[in-house]
Design a binder for this molecule. Structure first.
Ligand code: ZN
Length: 307
């Protein structure tokens, strides 16, 4: 199926074909029944059901497909657009010229590789690479820093997708930003009564190679997240208390991240014992930027480490 191309090249091609066939390639990509991509992929109905799995369902019917989207508390329009785009991606593995559509792969939906591929197609559909490259080339960043949370959020608003999806596109999928982005949330009940920050999500550019950070793995005590201890926790605490900045540059060493070994290892191999800059963005006066997405906590902080 890939014909000697990498997965990313294949996705790029498929998405470009899909966008040009549906006559819509400028975000926000329209996802309406009876028009554009949905019409092109013969998705004729959308239903909402609270018992549907988180990534939705694509069901063949005599006149094309029906998509069932999950409805949970806290789900936003941006997230549902991503799930719908994921189901559009699943439709690519059907022959839509037959009635009802016929699967063309022997592996079924739910296969881990197919699911990963469909999420990549979904992200690429809603934030097309060519558009993204042009947008970030034309948009100046404050202080010419690599990382700008504002830019991340403006793309999120334009493309109507969750901001983490934008980060996945800019960092994980395309490597346009060569960095590690970490999202911390403050927990309660730290021994000294101070907030304790835990790493709940991260994204790493492909240039960094494999960076292994176990996040949210299940234990008998529930899910376990790496904690920021010592110097790093203090840094985050200090930044979270300041309401007047949106992103602050701080000089650190790999050792600052000693409580999160996967990151420390990656940074040590990049910087050795030397000092390098990181960018910490709390809510500050940009607090509205953190709202409107399904999974953001008000006590969230992002840390960007350029590589
Ligand atoms: Zn799926």
């Amino acid at each position: 199926m890939l014909g000697g191309r990498s997965v990313h090249q294949w996705v790029e091609q498929v998405v470009n074909d899909l966008l040009s066939a549906s006559g819509d390639n400028i975000p926000p990509i329209q996802l309406k029944v009876g028009a554009g991509i949905l019409l092109h992929r013969r998705i004729t109905r959308i239903e909402y059901n609270k018992d549907t799995p988180v990534d939705g369902q694509l069901i063949e019917s005599v006149d094309g497909f029906k998509v069932i989207l999950p409805v949970f508390r806290g789900y936003t329009k941006a997230w549902l657009r991503l799930v719908l785009a994921h189901e559009i991606a699943h439709s690519l593995f059907y022959n839509i010229r037959s009635w009802p559509p016929k699967p063309i792969l022997s592996v079924g939906n739910g296969d881990a590789d197919i699911e990963r591929l469909c999420w990549l197609v979904a992200r690429s559909l809603l934030i097309p690479s060519n558009w993204l490259r042009e947008y970030i080339a034309e948009t100046p960043r404050p202080g010419q820093n690599l990382f700008s949370l504002q830019l991340l959020y403006s793309i999120s608003r334009i493309a109507q997708v969750p901001w983490r999806t934008v980060a996945q596109r800019l960092i994980g999928d395309t490597g346009l930003w060569n960095c590690i982005l970490l999202l911390f949330e403050s927990g309660i009940n730290a021994p000294n009564g101070q907030p304790s920050w835990q790493l709940v999500w991260h994204i790493v550019s492909p240039q960094a190679g494999r960076v292994f950070i176990p996040i949210g793995h299940s234990t008998s005590m529930g899910r376990k997240y790496p904690h920021a201890h010592g110097e790093l926790n203090n840094l985050l605490l200090r930044c979270s208390a300041d309401t007047h900045y949106s992103s602050v540059c701080i000089q650190v060493t790999a050792d600052t991240f000693r409580s999160i070994s996967g990151i420390k290892k990656a940074l040590y191999s990049r910087w050795g014992g030397n000092v390098f800059p990181i960018y910490i963005s709390g809510r500050g006066q940009q607090s509205t930027l953190f709202s409107g997405n399904n999974d953001d906590q008000p006590n969230a902080i992002t840390v960007c480490i350029p590589l």
